[in-house]
Design a protein around this ligand. Structure first.
Ligand code: NDP
Length: 287
């Protein structure tokens, strides 16, 4: 079996095209969606991510406001800026680019964002709403994974979904989304992590395997069963090359569908960020 390659670039483009008339409609009603991105320090990868987010906003006609702050920024200064953006009516989404420098308390800072402008979906209010099946903003990467599956008509309902990774930004929220009694969900979900005994026993049970571990090429062909759908969230830099958590070469011949890295989940994250920003602005008009 040779897998169908899931084209995240194409799907993300489709989603952006669908957003264009919604942005246009908002602008015609006098409301230009606005996204503020805060970048603290000079992490080169973060700078690339932020630049890509700005470009995506520009292409869609979304107002984007970048706050580049020095790595010496204090907790108080950062919180003051967030307060200002929380009150700014031109801003519908606030994103603090992670990771933050070590001296800053990431949790406290993220908790400070107005949940109704939390387009990353990391605020406990939004994660709580997600858990009870009544979400406001879905976290962008998990939502991107769900969209990829839906748009490739991969039915999740009744399937065994195994997620490797339990972070608060990918693994756990994705598990919460896919386990809901809802459309594009209703799966039986297993979450694996570094304390999982016999990882292979779990991964081989997967109809849909989602790797979000940050461990280069850890999912090899022998860890998956024939016909599995493989979604690789991992983005790892190895010898100046981007590689996923999946060993693509050894898995591609066993899988039915697989996402590449780059060009799989990565582009979806930005598309869903745009979708959340547009949705946030629409909420101002329509409640
Ligand atoms: P974290 O480091 O926060 O979490 C990784 C998780 O994977 C942890 O729960 C860890 O377990 C688990 N894990 C790590 N190694 C193993 C292993 N060998 N076996 C089993 N479990 C393992 O990472 P993130 O969730 O933030 O990111 C995961 C990956 O996804 C990274 O490569 C990141 O770059 C990428 N990413 C990509 C995005 C995109 O847009 N495509 C967006 C966000 C992230 P434990 O809890 O026990 O430590």
């Amino acid at each position: 079996m040779k897998a169908t390659i899931i084209d995240g670039k194409k799907i993300s483009q489709e989603i952006r095209e669908e957003l264009k008339p919604r942005v246009q409609n908002l602008i015609e009603q006098g409301l230009k969606p606005g996204l503020a991105v805060i970048l603290v320090g000079d992490n080169p990868a973060s700078q690339v991510y932020v630049r890509n987010k700005e470009k995506a906003c520009e292409k869609l006609g979304i107002y984007s406001l970048k706050h580049q702050m020095p790595s010496t920024t204090s907790q108080t200064e950062l919180i003051q800026l967030i307060d200002k953006l929380n009150d700014d009516p031109a801003i519908h989404g606030i994103l603090v680019q992670l990771p933050l420098p070590k001296h800053l308390d990431e949790k406290k800072i993220l908790y400070h964002i107005n949940p109704l402008k939390d387009v990353d979906g990391f605020h406990p209010y939004n994660l709580g709403r997600l858990m009870i099946g009544d979400p406001v903003f879905l976290p962008c990467t998990p939502w991107g994974v769900q969209e990829l599956l839906s748009r490739y008509q991969i039915d999740v309902s009744r399937k065994n979904v195994v997620i490797v990774g339990r972070s608060n930004i990918v693994g756990k929220p994705l598990a919460m989304m896919l386990v809901q009694k809802a459309k594009a969900a209703n799966a039986t979900v297993t979450i694996c992590h570094t304390a999982t005994e016999n990882l292979a026993q779990h991964t081989r049970m997967a109809d849909i395997l989602i790797a979000a571990a940050g461990s280069p090429k850890m999912i090899t062909g022998e860890l998956v069963r024939e016909g599995v759908v493989v979604i690789d969230v991992g983005i790892n830099k190895v010898d100046d090359q981007l590689v996923g958590d999946v060993d693509f070469e050894s898995v591609v011949d066993r899988a039915s569908f697989i996402t590449p890295v780059p060009g799989g989940v990565g582009p979806m994250t930005i598309a869903m960020l745009m979708a959340n920003t547009v949705q946030s602005a629409e909420r101002i008009l329509h409640g």
